[in-house]
Design a protein around this ligand. Structure first.
Ligand SMILES: Cc1cc2nc3c(=O)[nH]c(=O)nc-3n(C[C@H](O)[C@H](O)[C@H](O)COP(=O)(O)OP(=O)(O)OC[C@H]3O[C@@H](n4cnc5c(N)ncnc54)[C@H](O)[C@@H]3O)c2cc1C
Length: 415
């Protein structure tokens, strides 16, 4: 593709969304509901990918409620987190209490991302104007008369060309759309990477997700019902050094983070059981060009601090749906309308990233370089143990975020 040879298949839609992640599927659902002809192109054959973000926050659950889909969502297997606790050294401190949030669901729901995407897809497929093509990997943008006019993709059946009035790049942190559109990225940096792994659960394990901070390490355990999803935070670029020290040394470090799992760390019998997430925090300067808009991770890769990447992606999709569905029903969306999406979402993104970078540098970075004797919880965290109401502040920031979006009345009424 991209060599000028004719495509084996050509399609047309009002809007072509590249990427069937949380941002792309939610926007696809919203636009389809509004009566806009929309096609989502996803490069994978299914949504099944391990160690993706699985935290559905109260503000996303509120959106699901506003769409009238909460009852169905809650019938699907999930776990609930009402209170987040952190172990700082040997001290356990509750840090975020979601039970007071002004939302319908006062908890974080843990649902495998593929189940959440299946849920969105099932509802989107009820609309005849919604189309999803799996195994369609976008490789090129089609540009005509100074604007983006569609995309070219590889599929198992050959090349595919989709012509559209609007192309939305929702293709994640390594976005092809962003790169092909030449959108400039601002990199905010991160002092850490994350190693993901799973360890089995056994009777008698504490039934709660928690983060453990101890000199040199941060270890997070997420209760997934029958297993623990674990994140082991390491200094940026440090995975090779971890490997060099050997699997036995790594298992010992993991056991220090979760002493009750000491007997189980042998389940990590191979480095293949450990997946590296290279942490990046960045955002594009301009989210749009004529005929093109980026949302979700494609517009801003978030730090894993707070586990809010999915939430931000969904919030972008809701803002884009609210602002663009009406214009797109009538014709192409103008660049001013695309800029309105950036204006709406850029500020919450900047504030959230600033807070994440602060926590990365002031707390996580210090823990990673801490010596045993200098180690203690920072004052604001210690105060949370004494004054429980302070736990509502992080709960609000994590659970609802900055400027939570609500589905417009128009889109709520459309069914
Ligand atoms: C290991 C890991 C753990 C995480 N944990 C959490 C967490 O606990 N909580 C949380 O909120 N966030 C977490 N995140 C971040 C979260 O997954 C993302 O922020 C969120 O998924 C972003 O959604 P998105 O739709 O913008 O992009 P993505 O979810 O990345 O979706 C992009 C989609 O586009 C597709 N795609 C890519 N390129 C193309 C192409 N050229 N053509 C067609 N399709 C394409 C991809 O296959 C993918 O399905 C985690 C991320 C990682 C990597």
């Amino acid at each position: 593709m991209g060599d000028g040879s004719p495509a084996s298949e050509t399609l047309a839609a009002r809007c072509c969304i590249v990427g069937g992640g949380p941002a792309g599927m939610m926007l696809g659902l919203l636009l389809a509901r509004a009566g806009v002809d929309v096609i989502v192109l996803e490069k994978h054959a299914d949504f099944f990918r391990d160690f993706r973000g699985d935290t559905i926050h109260p503000s996303t659950l509120e959106v699901v409620y506003e769409l009238g889909l909460l009852e169905d969502f809650l019938t699907r297997p999930h776990q609930k987190i009402h209170l987040l606790r952190g172990w700082i050294g040997d001290e356990m401190i509750p840090v975020a209490d979601f039970s007071h949030l002004p939302t319908r669901c006062k908890f974080i729901a843990l649902m495998p991302q593929w189940d959440f995407l299946d849920f969105l897809t099932q509802h989107a497929r009820k609309y005849p104007n919604f189309h999803l093509r799996m195994q369609a990997e976008v490789t090129e943008l089609i540009e005509e008369g100074g604007r983006v006019a569609g995309v070219r993709a590889h599929t198992p059946a050959g090349s595919l060309e989709v012509r559209a009035d609007l192309v939305v790049g929702a293709d994640g942190r390594h976005s092809t759309v962003r790169e092909k559109a030449g959108l400039e990225t601002i990199d905010l940096g991160a002092p850490m990477d994350v190693l993901w792994m799973r360890l089995s659960q056994q009777p008698g394990d504490p039934k709660e997700s928690m983060g453990r901070f101890y000199p040199g390490h941060v270890f997070v355990m997420i209760d997934r019902g029958d297993y623990w999803q674990c994140a082991f935070v390491i200094p940026k670029g440090g995975f090779e050094e971890v490997k060099r020290r050997g699997l036995d040394a790594f298992r010992e470090e993991v056991a220090r983070g979760a002493p009750f799992m000491r007997e189980r760390v042998s389940e990590l019998s191979d480095w293949d059981h450990v997946k590296l997430l290279t942490v990046a925090v960045n955002r594009v300067r301009e989210w749009c060009r004529p005929g093109l808009l980026c949302i979700g991770d494609a517009a801003h890769a978030m730090s894993p601090v707070g586990g809010i990447g999915i939430n931000l992606a969904i919030q972008d999709a809701v803002a884009a749906g609210n602002i663009l569905s009406d214009p797109l029903r009538r014709g192409p969306a103008g660049v001013d309308q695309l800029r309105a999406v950036q204006r709406r979402r850029e500020w919450p993104t900047r504030i959230t990233q600033r807070a994440q970078v602060l926590i990365q540098n002031r707390i996580i970075g210090r823990v990673l370089t801490a010596q045993a004797k200098s180690f203690s919880a920072p004052l604001p965290v210690r105060l949370m143990r004494r004054w429980p109401f302070l736990r509502r502040i992080p709960a609000r920031l994590i659970g609802m975020g900055v400027r939570p979006e609500h589905v417009s009345r128009d889109l709520r009424q459309a069914t």
